[in-house]
Design a protein around this ligand. Structure first.
Ligand code: ADP
Length: 540
């Protein structure tokens, strides 16, 4: 071997150590009923260390799973740091899933301990009889848990009086650090297991992207839940770089969000489009501290980018997925362009980040050109991208053929184009495409256009069966409060902007687009409602 470099494994414990020593004075601010509660990185680091000792005493060994059922708060961050650093695996549970799915996931991951916010005990309690492998429940905050099995501990008691240092094991960087299940829009939820190496490299990449805060001069508000895809890497990247964190706990509704932004004055924030749309509709208040708003997780309507532009807040559109840790792209335009030209880049899903390799695959498996026109399924490869799902063996990894190509690339299920300089534009998810007379109609493009109309608050477009064309688009629109508009008007509005054959002839008005557990448009619910005649459809 020619290299003369040290072989130091990348471990989450280094993030913990670095953040709490080098950035000791940076702060984690958790929003509570009575306003902000602060802890320094030094304190969070010390408490995480004590938590690791507490978990050892509960018998957590090796790569056993410690689950969290928690909001975004300082204690959740402590678990984020403590559990992987001691060699165990942090399993973040989606608190919005129905009880049967949660029980499935807890059992599937073989969780031994669950750390739970007292405010979520009512979610946990019905689950307990169905999860026999869970031996300990650790409750953050007050609250009584009726059950005697498993053993219940108060978080503060568990960590009290324990040492502030820990002989963190130097782990093989490929060992498991954390896991997260996809929300299971089709079939059973599937587990993605992040390694120490992937968490570390992804955190560095998130920091390098700058849009989520760079250093101690910044404060980032991740509204994206910490139970979903590492909250986009914000907790890890902030801790390693000393970026202050504002964590909204259970107060991620428009009113309290506006209040915490005005009070704590974060410089950066991140969340799915519906969160920011909700804030705008309810009245955003004082956003003057915000320099960057990262919007992703589902397509950010261009109208939303413009609305925040008008308020002086720059939106950075980003794309990723659970299987990708999640960061894949950020829509930063090339420098030096006039504002209107910049906009053409800012509405794309973004430019590929270093480390993320991508290719577009056509219907017959051919690799397509990055010419900004050829449309195909996006496949990706990289050091923070999953190679399989949890549950297989090394001899037989769980790599369903619809999610992994034979040569190991991840099939994203996202359809779109890539420009020669690496800007990705998605037109659809594979399961949402509309195939009309052999041609694809982009549901995302139609939705974005409809949401550009001032009278439209939300719009979702789904494929419905059609005798003549196979499938046609159905437009489901939510009219903004106080606004009035007819389907004919919307049809005309679209007709000025897209080819005739793409115009929806079926229209329906709904009160709200159904949302998934993480706030994304849930189009399968709309398709089901249509199929069961629960949508009153007008044909133009
Ligand atoms: P799920 O939504 O299935 O629970 P993920 O949270 O992993 O799982 O979602 C990943 C998917 O979300 C991507 O494959 C893509 O379809 C969609 N997505 C994420 N970001 C964007 C974006 N900026 N624009 C459009 N779609 C996006």
């Amino acid at each position: 071997m020619l290299s003369t470099m040290q072989d130091v494994p990348l471990n989450v414990s280094q993030i913990l150590r670095h953040g709490s020593v080098i950035h000791a004075a940076s702060r984690v601010i958790t929003w509570t009923e009575s306003g902000p509660r602060e802890r320094t990185f030094a304190e969070v680091g010390a408490r995480a260390t004590r938590l690791a000792h507490g978990l050892r005493e509960l018998g957590v060994r090796g790569d056993e799973r410690v689950a969290t059922l928690m909001w975004n708060n300082a204690e959740h961050l402590e678990a984020y740091l403590a559990v992987p650093s001691m060699g165990a695996v942090l399993h973040t549970l989606n608190l919005r899933l129905p009880a049967d799915q949660l029980a499935y996931i807890v059992n599937h991951a073989d969780d031994r301990v669950i750390v739970v916010d007292a405010s979520l005990l009512s979610v946990l309690e019905p689950l307990l009889p169905a999860v026999p492998g869970v031996e300990h429940v650790v409750v953050v905050g007050g609250g009584e848990l009726g059950s005697v099995r498993p053993a219940v501990h108060a978080y503060e008691d568990l960590i009290a009086g324990r040492p502030d240092d820990f002989d963190w094991p130097e782990l093989d960087e490929r060992t498991a650090a954390a896991m997260c299940y996809t929300s299971g829009t089709t079939g059973e939820p599937k587990g993605v297991v992040y390694s120490h190496r992937s968490v570390y490299l992804h955190a560095m990449q998130v920091n390098m992207a700058r849009v989520l805060g760079s250093g101690p001069e910044d404060t980032t508000l991740p509204v994206v839940p910490m139970f979903h895809v590492n909250a986009w890497g914000v907790p890890h990247s902030s801790f390693l770089a000393g970026v202050n964190l504002l964590l909204p706990d259970r107060f991620a509704q428009p009113g309290p969000l506006a209040e915490m932004i005005a009070t704590v004055r974060p410089t950066h924030a991140a969340g799915v489009p519906t969160v920011w749309q909700g804030l705008l509709t309810a009245g955003p208040g004082d956003l003057s501290s915000l320099r960057s708003l990262v919007i992703g997780g589902s397509a950010c309507p261009p109208a939303l980018i413009r609305a925040f532009d008008a308020l002086g807040v720059r939106v950075n559109h980003a794309w990723g997925m659970t299987e990708m840790s999640p960061l894949g792209t950020v829509a930063e335009p090339p420098p030096g362009l006039p504002a209107e030209e910049e906009y053409d880049y800012r509405v794309t899903q973004g430019r590929l980040r270093v480390g993320v390799q991508a290719r577009l695959v056509g219907p017959d498996g051919e690799i397509l050109r990055w010419d900004g026109r050829s449309v195909g399924e996006l496949e990706v490869r990289g050091p923070w991208i999953a190679a399989a799902y949890y549950g297989g063996t090394s001899a037989e990894p769980l790599r369903p053929a619809d999610r992994f190509s034979p040569d190991g690339w991840l099939r994203t299920g996202d359809i779109g184009t890539i420009t020669p300089d690496g800007y990705l534009t998605l037109t659809d998810r594979a399961k949402d495409v509309i195939k009309s007379g052999g041609e694809w109609i982009s549901s995302m493009a139609l939705e974005n256009l409809l949401m550009d109309h001032p009278a439209i608050a939300e719009a979702a477009v789904v494929a419905v069966p059609d005798d003549k064309w196979g499938e046609r688009p159905l437009a489901a629109v939510v009219v903004a409060e106080g606004a009035q508009v007819t389907f004919e008007e919307l049809h005309r509005f679209l007709a000025e902007r897209i080819p005739r054959w793409q115009l929806p002839e079926r229209w329906t008005r709904i009160d709200a687009v159904p949302k998934t557990s993480v706030g994304k448009f849930d189009k399968k619910v709309l398709r089901r409602r249509y199929a069961t005649d629960q949508l009153p459809v007008t044909r133009l």
